[in-house]
Design a protein around this ligand. Structure first.
Ligand SMILES: NC(=O)c1ccc[n+]([C@@H]2O[C@H](COP(=O)([O-])OP(=O)(O)OC[C@H]3O[C@@H](n4cnc5c(N)ncnc54)[C@H](OP(=O)(O)O)[C@@H]3O)[C@@H](O)[C@H]2O)c1
Length: 248
């Protein structure tokens, strides 16, 4: 059988890089996507070397909020079936101001970064998804389930409703669609310089296991959901949050 092909958006850093590494370790060839060519190239080299498969990771530089740039990913796929699509790119965009124009810009930025990136990439690759057996993952956030981050919470929550529709549309072709919803995860660029010792301690205290999550914690849940073993799991939201939010 051919190597499975996986596409991981935001695969140059944090959770996406951990997902890419897990999939390479499992024998996939992986396309990692992001806006910064240098970051992607370094990640591709590191992951390939760590897994002893230097040729297995390819980088595609694209801003996934731009429909024209999404075409670069389709080109890189080159007509091969896509076994796994992990829509992980996103993040909290700040910059809210008291003006209505500022509010509009802030909401648009968060919707673009977290919803449009996933919608455009998935729609572009929808015809290429392997039938039967394709796997689509949307990376949401605990903020979608418990609030706390305004436009970012709302943007991530939008992914859930869309995932249910996608799962219904693709289910008859034996393609599964699931949402992975991380809690507090360190060792990524997500918080930039926003995190304080108090904020860190508060988030850790909110878990039942008394620790922050790691990118590998999230990658392992993705690894399961994209495996053949998970063929009967679709349209679900899997919280990976150390028990910070229970049962939803
Ligand atoms: N860390 C947490 O505590 C946490 C919790 C819940 C959910 N999440 C979610 O998990 C996902 C991964 O986050 P992370 O923690 O690993 O943070 P991260 O290191 O900042 O990863 C985000 C990745 O997305 C890429 N990206 C962002 N906008 C993009 C765009 N328009 N086009 C292409 N790539 C884009 C970034 O690369 P470039 O900047 O080079 O484009 C970066 O590699 C995000 O969706 C985030 O919202 C994180």
């Amino acid at each position: 059988m051919d190597e499975r092909l996986a596409v991981v958006s935001g695969g140059g850093t944090g959770i996406g890089a951990a997902v890419a590494r897990a999939l390479v370790a499992d024998g996939c060839s992986v396309l990692v996507i992001g806006r910064r060519a240098d970051v992607l190239a370094a990640a591709a080299e590191r992951i390939g070397a760590e897994c002893g498969r230097p040729e297995a990771v390819r980088a595609v530089t694209a801003d996934l909020t731009d429909p024209d740039q999404v075409g670069r990913v389709v080109e890189a796929v080159g007509g091969r079936p896509v076994d796994v699509l992990v829509n992980n790119a996103g993040g909290y965009l700040g910059g809210k101001t008291d003006t209505l124009a500022g509010t509009a810009a802030h909401w648009r930025a968060n919707l673009d970064a977290n919803v449009l990136t996933a919608v455009l990439l998935t729609e572009a690759l929808r015809p290429a998804l392997r039938r039967p057996g394709g796997r689509v993952i949307l990376v949401s956030s605990i903020a979608a389930q418990r609030g706390g981050a305004g436009a970012y919470s709302a943007a991530k929550a939008a992914l859930h409703g869309w995932a249910y529709d996608l799962a219904a549309q693709l289910g008859p072709e034996q393609i599964t669609v699931n949402v992975v919803s991380p809690g507090y995860v360190t060792e990524t660029e997500f918080f930039g310089d926003r995190m304080t010792p108090e904020g860190h301690a508060r988030r850790v205290a909110a878990t039942l296991v008394g620790r922050p999550g790691t990118p590998d914690d999230i990658a392992e849940s993705v690894r399961y959901l994209v495996s053949p073993a998970a063929g009967y799991v679709t349209g679900q939201v899997l919280g990976v949050n150390g028990g910070s939010v229970l049962g939803r």
